[in-house]
Design a protein around this ligand. Structure first.
Ligand code: PHE
Length: 455
């Protein structure tokens, strides 16, 4: 922290913001979720649509969100209020801040449970449980873990407490520094895994699965899933990026910064996919559409076969936890900041309150994999339901509203001023895409994808 502008302290320079925003963006979405939904949707065509969504919708909306945060310089709910007042917009746009808040709580509730799986894998790795295993054995280890409700609750709790500790201390203090070291470390380990997959996996089949474009595999609901995941992976629509935007120094270019973050995020997701699928195809027993289990049953096979597998495997899951941690922090922060700003709570009480409610909701996800596995509504467990509601309904909706607000309600002078549009040739392009392409694309995909999901 170096300077103080308005009410909030700002981060030093452009790289601290990039690291913090990347810390938020890179997480379970990249390493766990992207590979398994790509697998479920048949690979290639889905990946391409996903990349198009990042480029045409994700990046423009991300610019809009960071801009709103920096313009408002408060927690998301209050930043929205400040900007609404500045341009004289109708007060119900305030709802955008609230919507983000709701989504953040829902997402964090299951996010913490999955991060708990990764936590549980650290001791498994370290004790050599995966040494020399085949895919069937990793599947058994994973399934046994899912059946053990108390173990899942324990690790879910540990992860939530970790998140509370950092958010209580104040995000700007420790986070930037930590992200600077840990993100590069994760990157290096992914490269090691890639090399392993190259030598020991079926690399060419893995690549062609991920990148060959087969339209026949594409469904409308798959397109909606790709769009929703573009928001999820870039941390959009929940106020996380808006909250970090509030800490961004005024003289830093939002456009360039957002491009860097989106690029890093995409590279990590593709690297995870490229490490996982060659292993899938090198072994008969793994289904690329294995769902949420995919990461947890494929990579241990690789670690089990490596010479330094115990070390590298242990390290890998530690880094997955850290990546999830920095994302979880950014999910909790906006709500806490608002409770502290508006309701007179101190940070600790605010954090504890919100985290406890989120933790309790997370128990539904824990039970979805054991005691409640049989209870389904419209074919979905509790976890499936929350994932569907957030990724495929609320996140696209929130992104749509942001595009409409910044594209049509906010006067262009405001975004031009905040984005330094006088000097930039990119500003008119961004503005046009945000006004026309984003709302049209999100609207059509949302309606048709939902129809396809239930028809
Ligand atoms: N982007 C994070 C990931 O990919 C998840 C996340 C969503 C974090 C929304 C913050 C806000 O894992």
């Amino acid at each position: 922290m170096s300077s103080v502008e308005g009410d909030v302290p700002t981060w030093r320079g452009r790289w601290t913001f990039i690291m913090a925003a990347t810390g938020s963006a890179v997480g379970l979405g990249n390493i766990w979720k992207f590979p398994y939904i790509a697998g479920e949707n048949g690979g290639g065509a889905f990946v391409l649509v996903y990349l198009a969504c990042i480029l045409l919708v994700g990046i423009p909306v991300m610019v809009a969100e960071v801009m709103l945060g920096r313009r408002g310089r408060h927690s998301p709910v209050n930043s929205m209020r400040a900007v609404i007042t500045e341009v004289g917009a109708r007060p119900y746009w305030q709802g955008l801040g609230w919507l983000g808040w709701l989504i953040a709580v829902l997402v964090l509730s299951f996010y913490s449970v999955i991060a708990g799986w990764a936590l549980a894998y650290i001791p498994e790795m370290a004790t050599g449980a995966f040494q020399g295993v085949n895919p069937q054995a990793t599947k058994d280890i994973f399934d046994t873990m899912l059946q053990d409700r108390n173990r899942l609750i324990l690790w879910h709790t540990v992860f939530m407490v970790m998140t509370v500790v950092v958010v209580t201390a104040g995000v700007t203090r420790g986070l930037g520094a930590a992200a600077r070291v840990l993100m590069p470390a994760l990157f290096v380990l992914l490269i090691i895994l890639l090399i392993f997959s190259y030598w020991h996996g079926d690399f060419s089949r893995g690549l062609s699965f991920l990148f060959s474009f087969d339209v026949s595999k594409l469904t409308l609901r798959g397109v909606l899933e790709a769009l929703g995941h573009a928001f999820f992976t870039l941390s959009l629509g929940v106020g996380a990026i808006m909250a970090y935007g509030a800490y961004m120094p005024a003289d830093v270019s939002i456009g360039k910064t957002v491009l860097t973050v989106a690029l890093l995020d995409t590279v990590v997701a593709l690297m995870a996919g490229m490490a996982i699928f060659p292993i899938v195809f090198a072994h008969g027993g793994i289904d690329p559409g294995a769902g949420p289990a995919l990461l947890f049953v494929t990579l241990p096979v690789a670690f089990g076969a490596m010479q330094a597998g115990i070390l590298i495997g242990g390290l890998f899951f530690i880094l997955v936890v850290i990546a999830a941690w920095s994302s979880a922090i950014s999910l909790l922060e906006p709500g806490v900041a608002w409770l502290a700003e508006n309701k007179g709570f101190n940070r600790f009480t605010a954090t504890l309150l919100l985290a406890t409610a989120t933790w309790a909701l997370g128990l539904g996800t824990v039970l979805s994999f054991n005691d409640w596995a049989g209870y389904k509504v419209a074919g979905m467990t509790f976890f499936d339901g929350i994932d569907f509601l957030t990724s495929r309904v609320l996140l696209p909706l929130s992104g749509l509203l942001i595009a409409l607000f910044v594209g049509w309600v906010l006067t262009p002078t405001v975004s031009k001023d905040e984005l330094n549009g006088e000097q930039s040739a990119a500003w008119p392009v961004w503005y046009w895409v945000l006004r026309y392409i984003c709302p049209a694309a999100i609207g059509v995909v949302l309606v048709m994808g939902l129809y396809d999901s239930f028809a």
